[in-house]
Design a protein around this ligand. Sequence first.
Ligand SMILES: Cc1cc2nc3c(=O)[nH]c(=O)nc-3n(C[C@H](O)[C@H](O)[C@H](O)COP(=O)(O)OP(=O)(O)OC[C@H]3O[C@@H](n4cnc5c(N)ncnc54)[C@H](O)[C@@H]3O)c2cc1C
Length: 324
Amino acid sequence: MIGRVPLRTLLTHGLDDQVRFGAEYVSHEVLSDGRITAHFADGSTDTADVLVGADGTRSRVAASLAGRDLAGPIGFGGIAARTPLTDRTRALLPTIVGDGPVLSLGLAGASVFMQVHDPSGGPAIDPASCTTVPAITEAPSLVWGLSATEKVLPPATVQAMTGPELIEFTLSTVRGWPPAVLELIAAADPGSAAGFRFYAADPDADLTPWPAGPVTALGDAVHAMPPTGGRAAATAIIDADHLARELFAARDGHSTIALATHRFHREMAGYAPAAIRFSMLPLRWLSRVDRLDRPGLRGLAELGLSAASAVHHFNSSLNGRAAA
Ligand SMILES: Cc1cc2nc3c(=O)[nH]c(=O)nc-3n(C[C@H](O)[C@H](O)[C@H](O)COP(=O)(O)OP(=O)(O)OC[C@H]3O[C@@H](n4cnc5c(N)ncnc54)[C@H](O)[C@@H]3O)c2cc1C
């Protein structure tokens, strides 16, 4: 597992003069020589051989290519935060969390994901090997995320909440869960709390419904999926790897840009739909458990007798490399 900030720092290392932050893509045009000019909200432009939209869920680049949004809301949302691991909070960790990421399904249409992020307890990258890129060691924390139906987490309500309010809202949603879990949630860093609406692309549709050419998109822009599979960022990184290899081949004269994007689209169609379906699975379980939410069962949950009805360990090999 690698955190978002170290990942971005590693990916942009040495590219200070190439990366421009704060430039909002608005539109693009294909020039007569086949190159692409991208237009930004501040009136600036950039011209290049290839434009790759990595602009996330509800991508403008992908929408301009497809003529529609590729992803839509799926009726679920989430609240996520980090709880710093101290002697006190470590003592509260459920034993099962020590074995890897855990997803617990509750009876009130809500689930809680928990994963220990402790680079000091076994870094994915040995800091001693970081000779050209400075090592970034994040403080140990418990990453947790509440997922629930929009009936439980109305998007407008969640989006208007501050960090402390999001934590309070989570606690009220999972009241009746084991006291240690509630204490861990209550001890979260409010500055790390954020609320999300979940979107997904249709895994049965063509994810890149445009002709292969010098403009394409990758990552959440084409295969948005809920975070409940722990695969979305990993799938985006796999996309980037495939596309970069194909573009290097085109640069070196072994193929063309159109062939490179065509091959990339074909490769991605082989793995991205499965990642979307895998990520939707826990939400399907949650819907089923939600249907069991009758007054008697809710009573059991509130008494803490049946706080978690199912636990799923993510054993995907991809997950270990995913960003939280
Ligand atoms: C709570 C939570 C937990 C998650 N946990 C995991 C996990 O454990 N494992 C995992 O694999 N994935 C996880 N994910 C998913 C992961 O964060 C995303 O899949 C991943 O960030 C997608 O990368 P991306 O580059 O495609 O898009 P993003 O990371 O969304 O990046 C898109 C970028 O484009 C920018 N942008 C948007 N519009 C424009 C525009 N018009 N012009 C210019 N820039 C624009 C945005 O500001 C953003 O910086 C999680 C997501 C959430 C919300």
